[in-house]
Design a protein around this ligand. Structure first.
Ligand code: ASN
Length: 321
């Protein structure tokens, strides 16, 4: 019996058109709705234009809407997999939130396009076809949420947009894609061994801020955040996890205000390590109580902190990173 796939459109360039004037804007009617019959696949497809927004407009409320619709589709309506079309600017964030928060056990795949539906070399339909094949593949079971773009399969946790316009924009730094779509074959090469899920009910603590470190950074911004009583702060630190001494008063102000400080590297390859023992070095930051992460980008660490702050933890926050 053919599998049933739920396809949820949210907008983005994949659903946009280029006008005579070269401007790309949302289409009144999503062109994907009519395009689906052009694709070849052994499945029953049910599609829904859940949203039609550029992905810079995506909010945490949209994430909750998507989560609820997917869980209803899978756990009540019996869909065997879900494909989501989404703008690429924030696609990696939606994918990771769903990876951490979804309560379903079927493949969920996000895809998008770097060229709009009527542009020369439009990549939307081939990406959608690949995403459908990945969602249908039995080997996609138990791999969490994935991103399929440009014939590559990436885990939601580490994939990131690396190029403003190129169709090969989505990459996984440090260890590459987990698989490929070769014409109509889905081939996996590696499996993420740290899959995690948190049954988040709703997002109440949402004030998690993200700050990037730079030469000579002072404590102003961090001290303002400490005064603001935000729920958490992620810092994109220098190198393996170090900060200028001039911002350490700000770090201390946050920690003294019991605001969790999570540290990633602004370098997009590799992992943070508390190895340097000098003023502002990672060794001293970790001793102060800064939480180090393993390979997450700033935007992904922010999402993980957000999810963790909105549930009952049974061990110290640092142990979850
Ligand atoms: N390629 C894209 O989809 C980019 C677009 N600005 C969006 O994220 O909605």
């Amino acid at each position: 019996m053919n599998k049933k796939l739920l396809i949820l459109h949210t907008g983005g360039t994949i659903s946009m058109s280029e006008g005579e004037d070269g401007k790309v804007s949302p289409s009144a009617k999503n062109p994907l709705l009519a395009a689906l019959e052009k694709l070849s696949h052994p499945a029953e497809l049910y599609q829904e234009a859940l949203l039609n927004v550029p992905s810079p407009h995506i909010t945490q409320s949209h994430w909750q809407l998507l989560k609820a619709r997917i869980e209803k589709g899978v756990n009540e309506q019996g869909f065997d997999g879900v494909v989501i079309t989404h703008g690429t600017d924030t696609l990696e964030e939606t994918a990771y939130f769903l990876d951490l928060a979804l309560n379903v056990d079927v493949p969920v795949v996000l895809t998008g396009a770097m060229r709009s539906s009527n542009e020369l070399g439009a990549d939307g339909l081939i990406n959608l076809q690949s995403a459908i094949l990945v969602a249908l593949s039995p080997e996609s079971q138990g791999k969490g949420v994935m991103v399929v773009m440009n014939d590559e399969i990436h885990n939601a946790k580490f994939v990131t947009k690396t190029h403003t316009t190129n169709v090969a924009t989505f990459q996984t730094p440090t260890f590459g894609p987990c698989g490929l779509v070769a014409k109509n074959r889905v081939i996996y090469f590696q499996h993420l061994d740290q899959y995690e899920r948190y049954p988040i009910a709703k997002i109440e603590k949402a004030n998690v801020q993200l700050v990037k470190a730079y030469v000579g950074m002072d404590s102003f911004l961090l001290e303002q955040l400490a005064l603001s009583q935000c729920d958490g702060v992620v810092i994109e630190a220098l190198g393996a996890g170090n900060l200028p001494p001039t911002c350490l008063a700000g770090v201390a102000a946050l920690l003294n205000a019991n605001i969790p400080v999570v540290l990633v590297s602004r370098a997009f390859n590799g992992v943070t390590q508390d190895v340097y023992d000098y003023l502002g070095g990672g060794k001293q930051l970790k001793q102060q109580g800064v939480i180090f992460t393993t390979g997450l980008s700033g935007q992904k660490a922010r999402i993980k902190l957000l999810v963790l702050l909105n549930q009952q933890l049974n061990k110290p926050l640092a142990d979850y990173f």
